[in-house]
Write a new protein. Structure first.
Length: 288
Protein backbone atom coordinates (compact mmCIF):
# COMPACT_ATOMS: atom_id res chain seq x y z
CA UNK A 1 0.00 0.00 0.00
CA UNK A 2 1.47 3.35 -1.02
CA UNK A 3 2.02 6.22 1.43
CA UNK A 4 -0.35 8.36 -0.65
CA UNK A 5 -3.14 5.82 -0.25
CA UNK A 6 -2.52 5.44 3.49
CA UNK A 7 -2.62 9.21 4.02
CA UNK A 8 -5.95 9.41 2.19
CA UNK A 9 -7.28 6.56 4.28
CA UNK A 10 -6.32 8.29 7.53
CA UNK A 11 -8.14 11.46 6.47
CA UNK A 12 -11.22 9.51 5.40
CA UNK A 13 -11.30 7.52 8.63
CA UNK A 14 -10.99 10.65 10.73
CA UNK A 15 -13.88 12.23 8.84
CA UNK A 16 -16.02 9.12 9.26
CA UNK A 17 -15.49 9.09 13.00
CA UNK A 18 -16.16 12.81 13.35
CA UNK A 19 -19.41 12.28 11.43
CA UNK A 20 -20.45 9.65 13.97
CA UNK A 21 -20.02 6.54 11.84
CA UNK A 22 -18.94 4.53 14.87
CA UNK A 23 -21.18 6.28 17.36
CA UNK A 24 -20.77 9.11 19.86
CA UNK A 25 -18.26 7.21 21.98
CA UNK A 26 -15.83 7.02 19.08
CA UNK A 27 -16.00 10.68 18.04
CA UNK A 28 -13.72 11.82 20.85
CA UNK A 29 -10.92 9.61 19.48
CA UNK A 30 -11.11 11.03 15.95
CA UNK A 31 -8.14 13.35 16.34
CA UNK A 32 -5.86 10.37 16.87
CA UNK A 33 -6.07 9.67 13.16
CA UNK A 34 -5.15 13.22 12.22
CA UNK A 35 -2.50 13.79 14.86
CA UNK A 36 -0.76 10.46 15.03
CA UNK A 37 1.94 11.45 12.53
CA UNK A 38 2.46 14.85 14.15
CA UNK A 39 5.86 15.06 15.81
CA UNK A 40 4.88 17.91 18.15
CA UNK A 41 5.59 17.20 21.82
CA UNK A 42 2.15 18.52 22.82
CA UNK A 43 0.51 15.80 20.74
CA UNK A 44 2.62 13.12 22.41
CA UNK A 45 1.78 14.48 25.88
CA UNK A 46 -1.91 14.52 24.99
CA UNK A 47 -1.83 10.92 23.71
CA UNK A 48 -0.28 9.77 26.98
CA UNK A 49 -2.48 11.78 29.34
CA UNK A 50 -5.65 10.78 27.50
CA UNK A 51 -4.88 7.13 28.08
CA UNK A 52 -3.92 7.45 31.74
CA UNK A 53 -7.04 9.49 32.48
CA UNK A 54 -9.33 6.71 31.24
CA UNK A 55 -11.24 4.48 33.63
CA UNK A 56 -10.48 1.01 32.30
CA UNK A 57 -12.30 -1.98 33.77
CA UNK A 58 -10.04 -4.10 35.96
CA UNK A 59 -10.44 -7.19 33.75
CA UNK A 60 -9.01 -5.31 30.75
CA UNK A 61 -6.50 -2.93 32.34
CA UNK A 62 -3.52 -5.31 32.74
CA UNK A 63 -3.23 -5.95 29.00
CA UNK A 64 -2.48 -2.46 27.66
CA UNK A 65 -0.31 -1.69 30.69
CA UNK A 66 1.63 -4.90 30.08
CA UNK A 67 2.34 -3.91 26.49
CA UNK A 68 3.50 -0.45 27.56
CA UNK A 69 5.84 -1.94 30.16
CA UNK A 70 7.28 -4.48 27.70
CA UNK A 71 7.99 -1.91 24.99
CA UNK A 72 9.44 0.73 27.30
CA UNK A 73 11.53 -1.77 29.30
CA UNK A 74 13.12 -3.08 26.11
CA UNK A 75 13.55 0.40 24.64
CA UNK A 76 15.32 1.90 27.65
CA UNK A 77 17.40 -1.21 28.25
CA UNK A 78 18.65 -1.45 24.66
CA UNK A 79 18.73 2.19 23.54
CA UNK A 80 22.08 3.04 25.08
CA UNK A 81 23.73 0.07 23.35
CA UNK A 82 21.87 -0.40 20.05
CA UNK A 83 19.86 2.65 19.00
CA UNK A 84 19.01 1.17 15.59
CA UNK A 85 17.35 -1.80 17.26
CA UNK A 86 15.43 0.00 20.00
CA UNK A 87 14.22 2.69 17.59
CA UNK A 88 12.37 0.01 15.62
CA UNK A 89 9.43 0.25 18.02
CA UNK A 90 8.65 3.71 16.64
CA UNK A 91 10.13 3.39 13.16
CA UNK A 92 7.80 0.56 12.14
CA UNK A 93 4.92 2.99 12.39
CA UNK A 94 6.30 5.04 9.51
CA UNK A 95 8.17 2.59 7.29
CA UNK A 96 9.50 -0.90 6.79
CA UNK A 97 12.79 -1.76 8.43
CA UNK A 98 15.41 -1.96 5.70
CA UNK A 99 15.89 -5.50 4.42
CA UNK A 100 12.45 -6.71 5.58
CA UNK A 101 9.09 -7.07 3.86
CA UNK A 102 6.57 -7.17 6.71
CA UNK A 103 7.79 -4.70 9.32
CA UNK A 104 5.44 -1.80 8.53
CA UNK A 105 2.66 -1.45 11.10
CA UNK A 106 0.72 1.73 10.33
CA UNK A 107 -1.87 0.17 8.02
CA UNK A 108 -2.44 -2.69 10.46
CA UNK A 109 -2.77 -0.17 13.29
CA UNK A 110 -5.51 1.69 11.41
CA UNK A 111 -7.24 -1.61 10.52
CA UNK A 112 -7.26 -2.52 14.21
CA UNK A 113 -8.71 0.84 15.24
CA UNK A 114 -11.43 0.66 12.61
CA UNK A 115 -12.33 -2.96 13.34
CA UNK A 116 -12.28 -2.28 17.08
CA UNK A 117 -14.75 0.59 16.85
CA UNK A 118 -17.07 -1.47 14.65
CA UNK A 119 -16.87 -4.44 17.02
CA UNK A 120 -17.74 -2.30 20.05
CA UNK A 121 -20.72 -0.80 18.26
CA UNK A 122 -22.00 -4.25 17.24
CA UNK A 123 -22.58 -5.27 20.87
CA UNK A 124 -25.50 -2.84 21.12
CA UNK A 125 -27.30 -4.54 18.23
CA UNK A 126 -27.94 -7.77 20.20
CA UNK A 127 -27.72 -9.52 16.83
CA UNK A 128 -25.55 -12.65 17.29
CA UNK A 129 -24.54 -12.84 13.63
CA UNK A 130 -23.47 -9.17 13.43
CA UNK A 131 -21.61 -9.45 16.74
CA UNK A 132 -19.86 -12.62 15.58
CA UNK A 133 -18.78 -11.24 12.20
CA UNK A 134 -17.46 -7.94 13.55
CA UNK A 135 -15.77 -9.54 16.55
CA UNK A 136 -14.12 -12.04 14.20
CA UNK A 137 -12.89 -9.20 11.98
CA UNK A 138 -11.48 -7.38 14.99
CA UNK A 139 -9.84 -10.55 16.30
CA UNK A 140 -8.05 -10.92 12.97
CA UNK A 141 -7.10 -7.22 12.86
CA UNK A 142 -5.49 -7.10 16.31
CA UNK A 143 -3.55 -10.30 15.62
CA UNK A 144 -2.27 -8.88 12.32
CA UNK A 145 -1.05 -5.87 14.30
CA UNK A 146 0.65 -8.10 16.88
CA UNK A 147 2.14 -10.20 14.09
CA UNK A 148 4.35 -7.21 13.25
CA UNK A 149 4.92 -5.89 16.76
CA UNK A 150 5.85 -9.27 18.24
CA UNK A 151 8.79 -9.47 15.85
CA UNK A 152 10.22 -6.19 17.16
CA UNK A 153 9.62 -7.34 20.74
CA UNK A 154 11.34 -10.65 19.98
CA UNK A 155 14.56 -9.22 18.53
CA UNK A 156 14.76 -6.56 21.25
CA UNK A 157 14.20 -9.17 23.95
CA UNK A 158 16.89 -11.42 22.49
CA UNK A 159 19.37 -8.55 22.56
CA UNK A 160 18.35 -7.57 26.11
CA UNK A 161 19.40 -11.01 27.41
CA UNK A 162 22.65 -11.10 25.47
CA UNK A 163 21.53 -13.15 22.47
CA UNK A 164 22.11 -12.27 18.84
CA UNK A 165 19.29 -11.09 16.59
CA UNK A 166 18.56 -10.72 12.90
CA UNK A 167 16.23 -8.11 11.43
CA UNK A 168 14.89 -10.65 8.93
CA UNK A 169 13.28 -12.40 11.91
CA UNK A 170 10.56 -9.75 11.47
CA UNK A 171 9.48 -11.56 8.29
CA UNK A 172 9.05 -14.95 10.01
CA UNK A 173 5.60 -16.49 10.34
CA UNK A 174 3.49 -15.23 13.23
CA UNK A 175 3.44 -18.56 15.05
CA UNK A 176 7.19 -18.93 14.64
CA UNK A 177 7.87 -15.56 16.27
CA UNK A 178 5.44 -16.30 19.10
CA UNK A 179 7.05 -19.69 19.77
CA UNK A 180 10.56 -18.21 19.73
CA UNK A 181 9.59 -15.64 22.36
CA UNK A 182 7.82 -18.23 24.54
CA UNK A 183 10.89 -20.50 24.36
CA UNK A 184 13.02 -17.68 25.81
CA UNK A 185 10.80 -17.88 28.95
CA UNK A 186 10.48 -14.19 29.89
CA UNK A 187 9.90 -14.02 33.63
CA UNK A 188 8.04 -10.70 33.83
CA UNK A 189 4.29 -11.19 34.36
CA UNK A 190 3.68 -8.69 31.56
CA UNK A 191 4.63 -11.31 29.00
CA UNK A 192 1.98 -13.71 30.31
CA UNK A 193 -0.69 -11.11 29.56
CA UNK A 194 0.79 -10.63 26.09
CA UNK A 195 0.97 -14.38 25.40
CA UNK A 196 -2.73 -14.67 26.21
CA UNK A 197 -3.54 -12.25 23.37
CA UNK A 198 -1.23 -13.84 20.80
CA UNK A 199 -3.43 -16.24 18.86
CA UNK A 200 -1.73 -17.31 15.61
CA UNK A 201 -3.81 -20.50 15.28
CA UNK A 202 -7.13 -18.66 15.47
CA UNK A 203 -5.75 -15.86 13.26
CA UNK A 204 -4.86 -18.47 10.61
CA UNK A 205 -8.28 -20.09 10.88
CA UNK A 206 -10.01 -16.74 10.34
CA UNK A 207 -7.71 -15.90 7.43
CA UNK A 208 -8.39 -19.27 5.79
CA UNK A 209 -12.11 -19.15 6.67
CA UNK A 210 -11.80 -22.29 8.74
CA UNK A 211 -13.77 -20.94 11.69
CA UNK A 212 -17.47 -20.79 12.41
CA UNK A 213 -20.00 -19.89 15.07
CA UNK A 214 -22.57 -22.49 16.14
CA UNK A 215 -25.49 -20.46 17.43
CA UNK A 216 -27.31 -23.49 18.87
CA UNK A 217 -24.45 -24.26 21.27
CA UNK A 218 -22.94 -20.75 21.48
CA UNK A 219 -19.55 -22.17 20.52
CA UNK A 220 -16.80 -21.10 18.16
CA UNK A 221 -15.11 -23.92 16.26
CA UNK A 222 -11.90 -23.50 14.30
CA UNK A 223 -9.45 -25.73 12.48
CA UNK A 224 -6.00 -25.81 14.03
CA UNK A 225 -3.82 -26.08 10.93
CA UNK A 226 -0.87 -27.42 12.96
CA UNK A 227 -2.75 -30.43 14.36
CA UNK A 228 -5.42 -30.74 11.66
CA UNK A 229 -8.03 -30.96 14.43
CA UNK A 230 -11.04 -28.81 15.22
CA UNK A 231 -10.91 -26.88 18.49
CA UNK A 232 -13.74 -25.09 20.26
CA UNK A 233 -14.31 -22.26 22.70
CA UNK A 234 -17.44 -20.52 23.91
CA UNK A 235 -18.54 -17.38 22.10
CA UNK A 236 -18.34 -15.58 25.45
CA UNK A 237 -14.65 -16.51 25.82
CA UNK A 238 -13.99 -15.47 22.22
CA UNK A 239 -15.57 -12.05 22.78
CA UNK A 240 -13.80 -11.64 26.14
CA UNK A 241 -10.42 -12.40 24.61
CA UNK A 242 -11.12 -9.95 21.83
CA UNK A 243 -12.16 -7.30 24.39
CA UNK A 244 -8.93 -7.77 26.36
CA UNK A 245 -7.11 -6.53 23.26
CA UNK A 246 -9.34 -3.46 22.93
CA UNK A 247 -6.75 -1.01 24.32
CA UNK A 248 -3.72 -2.28 22.42
CA UNK A 249 -3.79 0.58 19.93
CA UNK A 250 -3.73 3.17 22.70
CA UNK A 251 -1.01 1.26 24.56
CA UNK A 252 1.20 1.27 21.47
CA UNK A 253 0.49 4.97 20.94
CA UNK A 254 1.46 5.72 24.56
CA UNK A 255 4.66 3.74 24.12
CA UNK A 256 5.90 5.45 20.97
CA UNK A 257 4.79 8.84 22.29
CA UNK A 258 6.88 8.24 25.41
CA UNK A 259 9.83 7.19 23.26
CA UNK A 260 9.44 10.41 21.26
CA UNK A 261 9.41 12.57 24.41
CA UNK A 262 12.57 10.95 25.73
CA UNK A 263 14.20 11.20 22.31
CA UNK A 264 13.26 14.78 21.40
CA UNK A 265 11.68 16.39 24.46
CA UNK A 266 13.10 18.38 27.33
CA UNK A 267 13.37 17.60 31.03
CA UNK A 268 10.26 19.74 31.57
CA UNK A 269 8.37 17.69 28.96
CA UNK A 270 9.27 14.48 30.79
CA UNK A 271 8.15 16.00 34.09
CA UNK A 272 4.65 16.38 32.63
CA UNK A 273 4.18 12.64 32.25
CA UNK A 274 1.50 10.99 34.42
CA UNK A 275 2.83 9.81 37.76
CA UNK A 276 2.13 6.15 36.99
CA UNK A 277 4.15 6.27 33.78
CA UNK A 278 6.94 8.33 35.33
CA UNK A 279 7.33 5.81 38.17
CA UNK A 280 7.38 2.94 35.67
CA UNK A 281 10.23 4.57 33.75
CA UNK A 282 12.16 5.21 36.99
CA UNK A 283 11.72 1.55 37.90
CA UNK A 284 12.93 0.44 34.47
CA UNK A 285 15.98 2.70 34.54
CA UNK A 286 16.91 1.70 38.08
CA UNK A 287 16.99 -1.99 37.10
CA UNK A 288 19.20 -1.60 34.03
Amino acid sequence: MSKKNIDKREIQLGEQIQNGLYGKEAIKDANIYKEISNTGIETFIKNINDFYSKEIESVFKPYPHALIEIILTLFFKNNSKDVELSDCFALIFQKKIEGTRKSYIKDKYINMLEAGHASKQSLSTNNPLIIWELTKNNFLAYNEFLNVLIGVILINYRYSIGKTYKFNTLDNHYGNKVNQLIELKPENQCYQYLFELLQPDIRNAIGHQNIWFEKSSNTVTYLNDKTGLNETMSIEDFILLNSKASYLAEAYLVSISTIAIFSFGTTLDRARLPKELFLLIMKINSSK
